[in-house]
Design a protein around this ligand. Sequence first.
Ligand code: T4K
Length: 389
Amino acid sequence: MKSIHEPKDLAINGAPPAFEQPLHVGRPNIGSREAFLKHVENIFEHRWLSNNGPLMQELEQRVADHHNVKHCVAMCNGTLALEIAIRALGLEGEVIVPSFTFIATAHALHWQAITPVFADIDPATHNLDPAAVRRMITPRTSGIIGVHLWGRGAPVDELQAVADDHGLKLMFDAAHAFGCSYKGKMIGNFGACEVLSFHATKFFNTFEGGAIVTNNDELAETARLMRNFGFAAIDEVVHPGTNGKMIEVAAAMGLVNLDALDSVIAANRCNQQAYREALAGLPGISLLSHDESERNNYQYVVMEVGEKCPVSRDRIIEALHAENIRARKYFWPGCHRMQPYRELFPHAGMLLPNTQRVADRVVVLPTGTTIDNDAISDVAAVIRVLVNG
Ligand code: T4K
């Protein structure tokens, strides 16, 4: 790996890329391979591959304990968990969501013939602005889905107040917030339920996976029925349902990754600090920070390119990609500017000025257990060379 010091060294100027192998956002964090392979041997030995298997049950218990919540209902992925949660809660008509989120939040509604109505965000936190949510309520509104973006808690209390004032249901997309807290209480305990994602790129992964976490017994029971075709017992279907089951090999991955959480947090935290130091003092460049009084997983390094920066966000992305650094523009351009929402709501952007501004500024940088301080220095050097001209 070479270090970049001069503008002429940038790959966009014809030099070879800084990294021979791509440096990815979302490189999976993987715990003990040995322990995982041992689980796999056991799975083969017992020939129990899916359908409420023992490893999945153990994982559910440990995830629930980790979040101090009564129920964890594991699923095959976070999107299906969102769909099931939405259906189990009985949402219908219109549901208010941020547009500045991964497309799955909106699609999980649209897929079930529910209209996602996009509300604006607070540009300082990137999370829903409760006042904007209030403005989007109509007689057809049945609920609100808050997103704890980047793992930082949405304004839960204020959103709950809006929901209570208007008789709406509130749930959270907590795909980024595994192991995080809000006002000292673990994520998983807010709204009617919360949905975690255990996708490969997440802080905690089960290859693919997700879960509904809730303290509501009835909701958990309904979600359990729905994920297994509505079966209450052999030959007894009591509810409409689908196939949302988590397989045993995925649960095995989850169990070994649960054992590695502390080391992932330590690596992520160290990376955040390294980026902060390496990018300090650059005009118009800032990094989103974490509230150290809360529990954080530090999974996303979110850089913002402000007006004072002499180069554009897209120019920075172009230069990083040329160096084989696969930084991302999450969640550009915002759900409302993607299909089918762009066509369904062509004027939605008029009510989403903060969403559009933030979406045009963000760069998510590579982090996780596979990146070291030298690599971070090189990533920062590319940005520094560009910004300082
Ligand atoms: N709600 C929110 C707020 C979410 O962010 C997500 C998922 C969901 C709901 C839905 O949960 P799931 O149904 O996914 O459980 C990625 C993830 O696929 C997606 O799970 C995640 N959010 C989103 C933020 O990021 P893409 O389209 O960016 O994926 P892709 O294929 O471009 O991969 C991202 C980077 O990670 C690439 O640089 C390659 C690298 N990567 C990826 C995988 C899968 C690896 O290095 N190894 C891998 O195995 O969506």
